[in-house]
Design a protein around this ligand. Structure first.
Ligand code: PMT
Length: 401
């Protein structure tokens, strides 16, 4: 169940060219299962219409015409009371000033003043206005009251100038919304280390031995842990993915580097979703191997087993109260997973059959069986890697209780 499922999100849209991106944010929120009510200011309507938002949220969008309508008092008071979060994106300097000073002269600011839910603001304004002391003072006041300010970013501005004032991307705003909604979750106050991606073992300065891991399963677990309020360290091999907002990211290449990164952490839980190599070239060439020198013979050697290293030594075992591993198998799935569960001294292991075309490496879905140290097993049907991640985090938080 996504953190956004059935949450009532108010999205305020003010007068900025970034208003078109607000439609994407509204769509992302709605697709994640939230009920999104959009409130456009008059200036906001100059850039984007209520119909745009109604089309992506499936709900009415509100404007100042509704402020004087017969349901007006209901609107701002009920919205203010029922919203789980108010996000204003884009948020102009004018609206920031009104919020900071309790001005309530349109439906959005009236609602903001009546709202008791968390407030997230994504500033958007042209060069110079963001740096002006008045804007900075207003933002400081809002921060003091607990508002979350996301951005703005450096970049190209409508005036043709470049500078700080560009609204950050909707995905980043969404990430902060998830953090705010998740901060009282089951893992609040807990720290979780998640590893992801396929390590790269050097053959020479140009070539590596790696695997097909895309990092999707590990990144989904990091996101699920953040959604539950955890402090997340994501130790990641190279991937094409963007790390979830709020995770502290440690980039590694080889299994050796991943081991070092894991040993540098101590946390309530370690979840090893990474496809760390078992073997690496014994002697990586110092220079690029040349074809003219013939076909190289490559001798492999074992890499350090990260989970065994951590669960092996008493000192290191104390690093992580709960330890979770994966088993990527193409045959004898459960026997092999059970063996790893024991040999790596795990609390539970997530066994996935990577020979299936719709599970394992790179695909959006996974089909896993979870084997617990106490002998219990849980068979999950084919589902999204995010769903698998949420179930893994559910079990992890239960074991941490
Ligand atoms: O990244 P995706 O494209 O989404 O694909 C997801 C996945 C298939 C990579 C993931 O679901 C998965 O199965 N990850 C573990 C892959 C793996 O290395 O499994 P394994 O059976 O070889 O290793 C068993 C466990 O030991 C794993 O938790 C692994 O992280 C860990 N390990 C492996 C090697 C090593 N040197 N040290 C380790 O600790």
């Amino acid at each position: 169940m996504s953190i956004l499922s059935n949450k009532h999100i108010l999205l305020g849209v003010t007068g900025s060219i970034a208003g078109y991106k607000a439609a994407d944010l509204a769509s992302k929120l709605a697709q994640a299962g939230a009920d999104v009510d959009v409130i456009l200011t008059n200036a906001g309507e100059k850039f984007v219409t209520p119909l745009t938002f109604q089309s992506v949220t499936g709900r009415r969008a509100y404007t100042d015409n509704d402020l004087w309508g017969n349901e007006a008092h209901v609107l701002h008071v009920s919205f203010g009371k029922t919203a789980d979060l108010l996000v204003i994106a884009p948020c102009t300097a004018d609206t920031i000033a009104k919020l900071a000073n309790g001005i309530a002269d349109n439906l959005l600011t009236v609602t903001a003043l009546a709202a008791t839910c968390p407030l997230v603001i994504a500033p958007a304004m042209d060069g110079g206005m963001f740096d002006h002391p008045a804007t900075q003072d207003n933002l400081a006041k809002l921060k003091e009251r607990g508002a979350i300010i996301v951005g703005p970013a450096e970049g190209h501005l409508a005036s043709g100038l470049t500078g700080t004032g560009r609204m950050v991307e909707p995905a980043e705003i969404l990430g902060h919304i998830r953090i705010v909604l998740g901060r009282k979750g089951k893992l609040a106050g807990k720290k979780v280390v998640v590893t992801a991606g396929g390590t790269q073992e050097a053959l020479d300065p140009v070539r590596v031995i790696t695997n097909h891991s895309s990092g999707k399963q590990g990144y989904a677990i990091a996101q699920a842990a953040l959604d539950s309020g955890a402090d997340v360290c994501l130790v990641t091999a190279p991937t094409a993915l963007t790390a979830p907002v709020g995770a502290r990211v440690v980039k590694v290449n080889s299994a050796e580097e991943m081991l070092k990164a894991v040993l540098a952490e101590s946390a309530d839980a370690l979840i090893m979703a990474a496809a760390a190599a078992d073997f690496r070239p014994k002697n990586a060439a110092k220079d690029k191997m040349k074809k003219r020198d013939g076909i190289p013979q490559i001798e492999l050697e074992a890499t350090p087993d990260i989970l065994k290293t951590v669960s092996g030594s008493p000192v290191d075992k104390k690093r992580f109260q709960v330890m979770v591993g994966f088993a990527a198998e193409s045959q004898n799935l459960l026997e092999n997973a059970a063996e790893k569960l024991k040999s790596k001294k795990l609390d539970f292991i997530v066994a996935n059959d990577i020979s299936a075309s719709d599970a394992g490496f790179a695909v959006e879905t996974n089909r896993v069986t979870i084997l617990f140290a106490n002998g219990e097993r849980e068979n999950l049907p084919l589902t999204s890697k995010m769903e698998v991640a949420e179930i893994i985090i559910e079990h992890t938080s239960r074991l941490l209780e």
